[in-house]
Ligand binder design. Structure first.
Ligand code: GUN
Length: 289
């Protein structure tokens, strides 16, 4: 007789992010009670990509609610690269600024400068964790800023209580913002990590052996339910705008039938990214007197 399979637990990123944000807010309130200045984050947005506008607006709102001060810096799409780098320098030297975030992607004509801009941010203000020094520290297991989305993913996995040590984690996607850093974090927690990407042969074969799946390819409905090993934890990082609305990289309804835990889209990883940005900004504050 076939056993009825029960659907996996939904990981409520919205609720968990709200808890992190409340904790940050309490720490900031404690600073103010002690008559210390609150953290201050500089948000730089270049150009008028609509999605980037929404992301930056959400970040500034989250700062407001947490009691974190922010500087909203908007530069036109045709800003010369030198001007953008000077803006970063100015913030590097400003003692009232703890964190600097340059919203990515930069507009077309500046896209090639992304690595130079990331490298220009003072590492102790690099709340995005994209500076080569912080990336290097992450690989070396040394203290430094870690990118927000990977931090959020680890936080969610820890909340589920699924064991990471010895688990086989399959990361789909090798981006600098998610795939590579999350693989390093999982490795530090003693998972066996496989990084898959667009040239991987037999992606389904890899995913079928995973205890933990982190889907960060940016391809709508890439991961099918029958790829999921029964009992696996599934973290869907995809935010894909399609005609069917916002969908993840995982076919949620299918995968949920097999997973032990799964993140929804929206309401899974997304809210965690901002919560971790606030946490990184608070941490940057403790590094600047
Ligand atoms: N664009 C998409 N995700 C991110 C992020 O985490 N940080 C920045 N700066 N830009 C992004």
């Amino acid at each position: 007789m076939e056993m009825a399979s029960s659907a996996g637990a939904i990981i409520d990123g919205k609720r968990i992010a709200a808890e992190v944000r409340r904790s940050v807010r309490e720490h900031v309130a404690d600073l103010t009670r002690r008559e210390l200045r609150p953290p201050r984050l500089a948000l730089i947005l270049v150009g008028d990509d609509p999605a980037s506008h929404i992301y930056v607006r959400n970040k500034s709102r989250a700062c407001e609610r947490a009691g974190i001060a922010y500087l909203d810096i908007r530069l036109p799409e045709d800003t010369p690269g030198e001007r953008l780098l000077e803006q970063v320098d100015e913030l590097n030297h400003d003692d009232t600024v703890d964190g600097i975030l340059v919203q990515l992607p930069l507009p077309g004509p500046l896209r090639h400068l992304e690595p130079a801009v990331m490298e220009r941010v003072e590492p102790s203000k690099d709340v995005d964790g994209f500076h080569p020094e912080n990336m290097g520290r992450l690989l070396l297991g040394q203290p430094g800023f870690v990118a927000c989305t990977p931090l959020g993913i680890l936080f969610l996995l820890e909340q589920t209580g699924v064991p990471l040590e010895g688990a086989h984690a399959v990361v789909i996607g090798r981006s600098v913002t998610v795939g590579r850093p999350v693989a390093a974090l999982l490795l530090h927690r003693h998972a066996t990590v496989t990084i898959c990407h667009s040239r991987t042969l037999d992606l389904p074969g890899h995913v079928r052996r995973a205890d933990i799946v982190v889907a960060a390819a940016g391809k709508p409905n890439l991961v099918r339910g029958d790829w999921i090993k029964p009992g696996a934890a599934v973290i869907d990082v995809g935010i894909n705008r399609t005609e069917q609305g916002l969908v993840g990289d995982v076919v949620f309804d299918e995968a949920r039938q097999r997973a032990s835990h799964i993140t929804p889209v929206p309401g899974g990883v997304g809210p965690m990214t901002i919560a971790m940005l606030l946490q990184n900004t608070l941490r940057a504050r403790t590094m600047h007197r």
